[in-house]
Write a protein that binds this ligand. Structure first.
Ligand SMILES: *[C@@H]1O[C@H](CO)[C@@H](O)[C@H](O)[C@H]1NC(C)=O
Ligand SMILES: *[C@@H]1O[C@H](CO)[C@@H](O)[C@H](O)[C@H]1NC(C)=O
Ligand SMILES: *[C@@H]1O[C@H](CO)[C@@H](O)[C@H](O)[C@H]1NC(C)=O
Ligand SMILES: *[C@@H]1O[C@H](CO)[C@@H](O)[C@H](O)[C@H]1NC(C)=O
Ligand SMILES: *[C@@H]1O[C@H](CO)[C@@H](O)[C@H](O)[C@H]1NC(C)=O
Ligand SMILES: *[C@@H]1O[C@H](CO)[C@@H](O)[C@H](O)[C@H]1NC(C)=O
Ligand SMILES: *[C@@H]1O[C@H](CO)[C@@H](O)[C@H](O)[C@H]1NC(C)=O
Ligand SMILES: *[C@@H]1O[C@H](CO)[C@@H](O)[C@H](O)[C@H]1NC(C)=O
Ligand SMILES: *[C@@H]1O[C@H](CO)[C@@H](O)[C@H](O)[C@H]1NC(C)=O
Ligand SMILES: *[C@@H]1O[C@H](CO)[C@@H](O)[C@H](O)[C@H]1NC(C)=O
Length: 878
């Protein structure tokens, strides 16, 4: 490499020096940016394509409609300035969506594959053509949607239920040229939107900013940004080019399916929001999501790109990682310490040092001499291991992975046809071309072979891909992939395809039996079908703790519900206070992993004083108590596409005050979490939504209820975090927390019933074997519980479901119920329909304490219908 900085830069990568810089500057990389070119982030004006298109004059395209199929309008889009013709398709899709696709039939541009798991379901539309003075007005109708397409100049206005919701090409910024290397662009306006959400990944607030008043556009370009800056539109590790325009009455979205580097400008106007998408190359493919609510838009997007499969239960437990645990002995010692000190832990992680000189698919023979004995020992503890597998392969003759990939030409190539070579963790490396189906198969076979032990799972890191010693640590756009596509065409989807291969490998290793767990740093639209994601190499700072919440919320809205941020912060040393606050927040992240960088101080929870240990233990216990609830939320994500965590505005979109709230969030719809992210906080300003008829029950003090009347200032100590259950909900918990989730599997559940103002509550519980794919053949239990008319009942949601193991309900605790009865009647129906509900009647005592009424010793199998009925003298909290 001719880069004069190369040696210097190399040393900077995750070294102590680098850490000191970042830690001293409080997470700002300014010093580094000036010192080290490879960490520089390009601005739009420094990239020719972006600079040119961002400042372009209006274009002039016209559409010549050629034919209409049932679901598609087909035509030729003509660039008036060059008289070039391109193929144009508009296709109506079921469920309030349609797509626009433009390509050049002669110089075919890259169209993203596999981001959508299947061809979206099309739907019939009607088309009427009206002649105008200039061109035509084509009116397309389907479902509640009406599209007015002006052919000259080309533009579209989309109406839903009679209201204008999206304008396409209103500013005539459409760009599509015959040069296949040229950029593509299009502008969209959301006339009813008040806020813009989406476009992960950025260390940014939930509500996106205006970028056209001097700020940089949002950049989508998967890139390794160690110790990244927060409050920024700069690119990070992953990209999902979907944008939602949130309005009170109408929310709409656009999914820009392009895997090249992309910039997006946002402008908030008096009426509505303008957006402008610019991609470096590729075809133009966009999906319009017509809402009408944010929830509908999110589901429409998820219907295109798919849901996350149900994770194994262990994956929702607590994960402990460090860069790195250096030997198998240390791995087991750490786990034992967690057990000895009663910190529940499901998974222990191994960063690159487990390998033999950073050669993936090997173990260091000195420090990990017998990995299978380690994995067996972990298995005996009910634990799983996760090891890192990166996409770069050490160039070393005799290393079979290298030899094979080199001889079979599985590596990404230079334009000259030789393997692309550059530096990464192992030194000189080459990168597997996961776009090549043969290379992908080879890679998944490596995974299947390496991860023979069912309790070994995989972490795909550095897969943006990160390349050392070069500008932005990014692979050269001229590199060549399968079928000759340039790296710049496919860049943002590289990491996606690695997870596709990893997933296949983990499926194959167990003959389809065990659900894989994969964590990926890089992602693209659709990655949720393969892997969980975390927010990469964050910093132990209050700012990073704060920004972890909007980052996760944005990702969850964009399909990636299984997200987390490194608890404690990856680089730098957190203060004890910050660490405790981070565990308290992390206990409510969908993916809950503590991780720390090389040369940070050790910070396993058992290393701290008793007081701190108690607080961390309490957070972990809170996580484990709620595992059934989490599992049910992931099931419902899988089943109906609901995000597992949600901004308040998702559930309370009528309330405009929720639109900017991103320091608290909902888990499902029923648990509201406001992590403490301020140093030395004595009180926290919480927003409780829902109006005067909504009740919120404080988690540590159930007797304290609040109404959803908005801002509430609440005192906090280091022991407390504002978390609330929604009145009207029924939450399953487990009372006993054990070392791992595996040992809690057969423990009975307790239902917490939080009554609303109308003395009503409902909730669901999902259960299965927590490990296998048997749920695909209906081997599960999915039950709804409802409390009304003084009775708690269950209802089997899915009649097809038949899991042969009981889920036992042993206790129910009612909150908000004032009762003087000392006994309830319990009636059960053992099997349907032979036995009558009342045949198995018995009574149970009620223990009343303040507004809490507890019923124990129920021993009910929730697969069979039951009723728990309060007899007379029942009164409810007003
Ligand atoms: C677009 O091109 C047509 C044909 O050259 C011309 O009549 C029209 O004025 C142009 N419109 C704009 C906005 O430049
Ligand atoms: C197209 O629509 C016509 C009339 O509604 C119908 O008969 C035909 O089956 C449709 N074709 C397809 C491919 O859906
Ligand atoms: C995408 O899929 C098409 C076939 O549908 C295939 O020809 C093309 O090579 C694929 N592109 C890549 C980069 O895999
Ligand atoms: C589309 O073009 C027509 C014809 O020039 C114009 O009347 C209309 O205002 C344009 N619509 C949008 C949304 O820009
Ligand atoms: C975030 O950045 C914007 C734009 O640079 C600035 O106006 C704002 O004050 C920053 N916010 C915080 C919390 O630093
Ligand atoms: C929403 O719709 C209602 C009823 O149609 C209307 O009164 C209100 O002004 C609309 N709000 C906004 C922000 O457009
Ligand atoms: C999208 O919805 C349609 C119809 O509701 C369904 O058939 C299809 O499987 C869904 N696709 C995905 C990826 O969820
Ligand atoms: C909240 O705490 C701050 C100090 O952290 C204090 O200045 C303020 O008065 C407190 N507010 C309330 C309402 O207690
Ligand atoms: C709730 O319980 C706490 C402690 O048990 C007590 O201090 C507080 O006054 C109670 N509040 C209500 C509304 O009963
Ligand atoms: C239920 O309450 C009755 C009357 O107070 C008492 O005799 C009985 O022992 C209680 N049963 C249980 C299981 O606690």
């Amino acid at each position: 490499m001719s880069n004069p900085f190369s040696k210097f830069i190399r040393q900077f990568n995750r070294t102590e020096m680098n850490l000191k810089f970042i830690c001293l500057t409080g997470g700002l990389t300014i010093l580094l940016i000036t010192a080290v070119k490879c960490w520089y982030s390009y601005k739009c004006k420094e990239l020719k394509f972006c600079d040119k298109l961002r400042n372009r004059a209006p274009s002039n395209y016209t559409l010549k409609v050629s034919s209409k199929l049932n679901c598609s309008l087909i035509g030729k889009l003509v660039n008036r300035d060059t008289d070039k013709h391109f193929d144009f398709f508009l296709t109506a899709l079921a469920g309030g969506k349609f797509s626009i696709y433009i390509n050049d039939p002669i110089n075919l541009r890259y169209q993203v594959n596999d981001s959508l798991p299947e061809m979206p379901l099309e739907t019939d539309m009607t088309v009427n053509v009206n002649m105008l003075d200039v061109g035509e007005l084509v009116i397309i109708e389907f479902e509640d949607i009406k599209i007015y397409l002006s052919t000259d100049p080309f533009n579209l206005t989309v109406y839903r239920e009679g209201q204008e919701i999206v304008k396409i090409n209103p500013r005539q910024l459409l760009t599509f040229e015959e040069d296949p290397e040229a950029p593509v662009a299009l502008d969209f306006n959301f006339p009813q939107a008040l806020r813009a959400y989406g476009l992960p990944e950025h260390a940014e607030r939930l509500a996106l900013r205006t970028t056209t008043n001097g700020s940089e556009p949002y950049r989508l370009y998967n890139i390794d940004r160690y110790g990244y800056e927060v409050n920024s539109t700069q690119a990070l590790y992953g990209s999902v080019p979907v944008l939602f325009g949130l309005g009170v009455n109408m929310t709409a979205g656009v999914f820009w399916l392009n895997s090249a580097q992309t910039f997006v400008d946002i402008t908030h106007k008096k009426t509505g929001i303008d957006s402008y998408f610019i991609s470096e190359t590729g075809a133009l493919e966009a999906f319009i999501l017509t809402g009408p609510s944010l929830r509908d838009c999110v589901k429409q997007y998820i219907n295109l790109t798919g849901v996350a499969p149900l994770p194994q239960m262990f994956a929702l437990g607590h994960h402990q990682s460090r860069y790195s645990y250096m030997s198998q002995k240390e791995v087991l010692e750490v786990c034992n310490k967690f057990d000895e000190n009663k910190f529940p832990l499901d998974v222990i992680w191994m960063d690159i040092d487990y390998t033999d000189k950073n050669k993936y698919f090997t173990w260091d023979p000195k420090t990990f001499p017998n990995p299978s004995s380690m994995l067996n020992a972990l298995n005996k503890q009910g634990r799983k291991a996760v090891v890192i597998i990166d996409p770069h392969i050490k160039r070393e003759k005799g290393y079979s992975v290298f030899d094979e990939c080199e001889s079979k030409e599985y590596f990404v190539k230079n334009p000259s046809g030789t393997s692309f070579k550059a530096s990464c963790w192992p030194g000189l490396s080459s990168w597997i071309d996961f776009f090549n189906p043969e290379a992908l198969n080879y890679y998944s076979a490596l995974i299947a072979d390496f991860a023979k032990s069912n309790n070994l799972h995989i972490w795909n890191d550095m897969n943006e891909p990160s390349v050392f010693e070069v500008q932005e640590q990014a692979m050269d756009g001229n590199c060549i992939h399968y079928e000759g596509w340039k790296h710049r065409d496919v860049h943002n989807q590289y990491g996606f395809y690695q997870t596709v291969g990893t997933y296949q490998g983990l499926i194959d290793r167990s003959n389809d039996e065990i659900r894989p767990f994969i964590l990926t740093r890089s992602f693209f639209a659709g990655s949720q079908r393969y892997a969980a994601h975390w927010t990469g190499d964050n910093v132990a700072s209050w700012e990073h703790l704060k920004y972890s919440i909007p980052m996760m919320l944005t990702e969850a809205l964009c399909g990636l519900s299984f997200v987390g941020a490194d608890v404690g912060g990856f680089s730098c040393n957190p203060t004890e206070e910050l660490l405790q606050r981070w565990y308290q927040a992390g206990a409510w992240y969908p993916f809950f992993r503590a991780h720390s960088a090389v040369s940070t101080k050790r910070r396993e929870p058992y290393l701290f004083n008793d007081k701190i240990q108690q607080r961390i233990r309490k957070s972990l216990q809170q996580r484990y108590k709620h595992l059934t609830y989490w599992y049910t939320m992931f099931w419902e994500h899988y089943l109906i596409g609901e995000p597992v965590i949600r901004p308040l505005s998702y559930e309370y979109s009528d309330d405009i005050n929720t639109y900017d709230i991103d320091n608290e969030f909902l888990v499902g719809s029923d648990i509201l979490v406001h992590p403490v992210t301020e140093k030395m906080a004595k009180n926290v300003t919480v927003y409780l939504p829902g109006g005067e008829n909504e009740l919120w029950y404080e988690i540590d003090n159930f007797n304290e209820t609040y109404t959803g009347l908005g801002i509430k200032n609440l005192p906090v100590t280091l022991d407390t975090v504002p978390v609330f259950y929604r009145g009207g909900s029924i939450i399953p918990v487990k009372q006993t927390v054990r070392n791992t989730s595996v040992y809690m599997k057969d423990d009975p559940i307790t239902l917490l019933v939080f009554l609303d103002k109308y003395n009503y509550a409902k909730g669901t519980v999902y259960d299965d074997d927590q490990v296998s794919f048997d749920y695909l053949s209906n081997k599960y239990t999915y039950v709804r519980f409802t409390f009304y008319n003084n009775s708690l009942r269950n209802e089997i949601i899915d009649d097809e479901a038949s899991y042969d193991q009981a889920t036992i309900l042993n206790s129910v605790i009612f909150y908000g119920l004032k009762t003087t009865v000392s006994q309830v009647s319990v009636a059960t129906k053992k099997s349907v329909p032979e036995e009558d509900l009342v045949k198995n009647m018995y009574t149970r005592n009620v223990t009343v304490n303040k507004n809490r009424a507890t019923i124990d010793n129920l021993n009910l199998d929730i697969r069979h219908q039951f009723v728990i009925r309060f007899d007379e003298n029942i009164t409810f909290l007003e």
